[in-house]
Design a protein around this ligand. Structure first.
Ligand SMILES: *[C@@H]1O[C@H](CO)[C@@H](O)[C@H](O)[C@H]1NC(C)=O
Ligand SMILES: *[C@@H]1O[C@H](CO)[C@@H](O)[C@H](O)[C@H]1NC(C)=O
Ligand SMILES: *[C@@H]1O[C@H](CO)[C@@H](O)[C@H](O)[C@H]1NC(C)=O
Ligand SMILES: *[C@@H]1O[C@H](CO)[C@@H](O)[C@H](O)[C@H]1NC(C)=O
Ligand SMILES: *[C@@H]1O[C@H](CO)[C@@H](O)[C@H](O)[C@H]1NC(C)=O
Length: 618
């Protein structure tokens, strides 16, 4: 009797999924799971089993039996069975093939599901009262023995690089008391999302041997509200290693995000190798070895694609380009003006690509010839930046010598048109920052996605002009804010700036991040143009030492707003009281996965239920 009571208490505290699914029903039966669990992968229109056996590119099961069981109620065909997983190095093998296939996405997902459940799981003591009764392996005969994976539809070939909305990421998940789990989806990416939810149903036992779920039976249906859900990481102000970046990609995937925006170059450094112009990174990087080689670049894009995440590369221009000066001084105007850099740029060093220069156009041709074909196997987008262009810099541009908008505007239009034509020429869709549309009055193609950052009004203006937009209002989703100034103030002016807070202070705590509604102030008829958003990690004061904790778990708050929407099923703002324990658990899971996410609350709060609150009336 006592144990039943404890199990009830236990259930009420630990049914946490993040981001929250569209619908989720669960029971209270404990099911254990063994390392020998089998994954059966079924698919619609499975190809001839024989030829698949011959391909077998990633045999992760030591006894992969093909064609073992072709009977299934849903008329799907068995592709493969995985059992007896091999422990070991989890780094993916760097295949030389470009792009990724649906099969690789499914295999990668099966692999990480197994690893997450058995090797990186969470012992949930923080989510139970002191001296709780942990389920005992002896008390139950119930084991989950089989996980069915069912891909219901035949997929188009561009799994690595969908345009927003092209892939159905929905999934259903059932887990019976008898020990069968089934994840169904219309795409391999949906399978990947569903398997991540599956891992969140399981907990590690304190005996360090068993793993169980206390939640059977489970029925879940889930799909995202927004099509574009991402993190933008600035790797120019500070350099991050490939493994730092891959760890962020893992965390994005675990939060069901599907975009990773790499703001790869800026005024401070050019860390991206461009093989046809080796000087660019050799001279423009902070150090010649703080560079992403072509191999690194491909490996990051591929790693993201394997998890259903599209990496979107941004080469910000025409502003934010001073680092080009180190290799090609003739292309940059107003380089590093001191001490009055702030007349010419938002940050030192000032500098901009010249606006009316054949040499600049030739440079861009060469850059794009080199870079865009390396992006197109992994992405449908190219981000050309376009933020914070300072008109005064063109006073010092010998091809223009003016800061008059009437003179600059047509030159900028030509610049943007040439870039966008080139980007479209390799089949990519251009992305720009909002200033190009709202400040420079550019006429943009209807395909162009406009990324907003300055206000909700800007979002409303962008969609009113008929453009798709990405939200990320800096007052909510700039993760760098609130750390104080990084500029040093001379004693003569220092007092004016005391206590040295930055322009977007205060620090945006997770509750503030979570309170942001991407559709706030957008008329209903234009809401479909808000395709999603990104949280931004500008890196003036973030380096590898604090990277994880600067992004996580606040990035998770963004992920839930974008996957589940800012409002709950009844149309109310989502409740912190509901979110907080779930986010706390997500934080623990991220830590188990090796991500240095910050804590949400002290264990007292998560152990005792709803005790750390104000105004709770339920
Ligand atoms: C799965 O993991 C194993 C190691 O456990 C590795 O050898 C294999 O390459 C992985 N497969 C994929 C598709 O990542
Ligand atoms: C798959 O597609 C069908 C038909 O569009 C849809 O009804 C279903 O919700 C989708 N998702 C899943 C998980 O079945
Ligand atoms: C742009 O460059 C062309 C060719 O050098 C020149 O004829 C033209 O006057 C320039 N435009 C402006 C606005 O300076
Ligand atoms: C864009 O239009 C606004 C409003 O008409 C105007 O104030 C601004 O100067 C224009 N910008 C440029 C670069 O022409
Ligand atoms: C819901 O959140 C919005 C911000 O997105 C806020 O303006 C509004 O006041 C909130 N509504 C309630 C009832 O708290």
């Amino acid at each position: 009797m006592a144990s039943i009571l404890y199990i009830y208490l236990f259930i009420s505290l630990a049914a946490a999924l993040w981001p929250i699914p569209v619908s989720y029903k669960h029971g209270d039966t404990v099911l254990f799971i063994k390392k020998g669990v089998s994954f059966y992968w079924y698919e619609a229109g499975a190809r001839d089993v024989g030829s698949i056996a011959n391909q077998a590119p990633f045999l992760l099961a030591s006894n992969s039996n093909i064609g073992l069981d072709t009977q299934d109620s849903s008329n799907l065909k068995l592709r493969k069975r995985y059992a007896e997983f091999v422990l070991g190095d989890t780094e993916e093998e760097d295949s030389m093939r470009e792009g990724v296939t649906s099969d690789e996405v499914v295999e990668f997902a099966i692999n990480s599901t197994w690893r997450t459940i058995f090797l990186q799981n969470l012992y949930p003591w923080k989510f139970h009262p002191r001296n709780w009764n942990e389920p005992s392996a002896q008390q139950t005969a119930n084991y989950l023995s089989r996980i069915n994976i069912e891909v219901l539809a035949i997929e188009p070939p561009n799994v690595a690089k969908p345009l927003a909305g092209e892939f159905d990421e929905s999934y259903s998940l059932t887990l019976t008391e008898e020990g069968l789990a089934t994840v169904r989806a219309n795409s391999s990416i949906g399978i990947a999302r569903g398997l991540i939810t599956l891992t969140q149903l399981f907990y590690a036992h304190s005996d360090k041997e068993h793993v169980y779920t206390p939640l059977a039976p489970v029925t879940i249906f889930d799909k995202p509200v927004f099509e574009h859900r991402g993190i933008n990481l600035d790797v120019s102000r500070n350099f991050f290693s490939v493994s730092d970046i891959k760890r962020q990609i893992d965390a994005c995937a675990y939060n069901k995000m599907n975009r990773f925006h790499l703001h790869v170059t800026d005024s401070q450094s050019w860390p991206l190798e461009i093989p046809s112009m080796p000087k660019l990174s050799a001279k423009g990087a902070y150090r010649p070895d703080l560079v992403y080689t072509s191999q690194d670049f491909r490996s990051m894009q591929r790693y993201a694609a394997l998890q259903g995440i599209e990496m979107i590369t941004e080469i910000d221009m025409p502003g934010h380009t001073s680092s080009i000066h180190h290799a090609y001084p003739e292309l940059i105007a107003a380089f590093n003006k001191q001490p009055d850099w702030n007349t010419y740029a938002a940050e030192p060093p000032s500098g901009t690509l010249k606006l009316n220069s054949t040499a600049v156009y030739n440079f861009l041709e060469k850059l794009f010839d080199d870079l865009l074909p390396r992006i197109s196997p992994y992405s449908s987008y190219f981000h050309m930046g376009g933020d914070e262009v300072n008109r005064n810099a063109y006073l010092l541009d010998d091809t223009v010598n003016s800061n008059d908008p009437a003179i600059l505007q047509p030159l900028m239009q030509k610049f943007v048109d040439r870039i966008h034509d080139r980007v479209r020429g390799v089949g990519l869709t251009p992305v720009v920052w909002e200033e190009m549309l709202l400040e420079w009055n550019m006429t943009l193609g209807s395909d162009v996605i406009v990324q907003s950052w300055r206000s909700d009004e800007a979002v409303a203006q962008i969609v009113a002009k008929g453009h798709k937009t990405l939200v990320g209002n800096y007052k909510y989703w700039y993760l760098d804010c609130g750390k104080g100034q990084w500029l040093d103030f001379d004693p003569s002016v220092s007092a004016n700036y005391w206590p040295y807070i930055d322009y977007c202070a205060p620090f945006h705590n997770w509750r503030l991040v979570y309170s942001y509604d991407p559709l706030s102030g957008i008329p209903e008829e234009n809401q479909h143009l808000v395709i999603g958003g990104e949280a931004h990690m500008w890196a003036e004061q973030t380096d590898p030492v604090n990277l994880d904790r600067m992004i996580w778990p606040r990035g998770s708050a963004v992920a839930e707003v974008l996957w589940s929407g800012a409002k709950d099923g009844q149309g109310r703002n989502r409740s912190q009281i509901d979110a907080s324990p779930r986010l706390s658990e997500m934080r623990e899971r991220l830590v188990s996965l090796g991500v240095g996410a910050e804590p949400i609350q002290m264990p007292y709060c998560t152990m005792e239920g709803v005790v750390c609150q104000l105004g709770y009336t339920d």
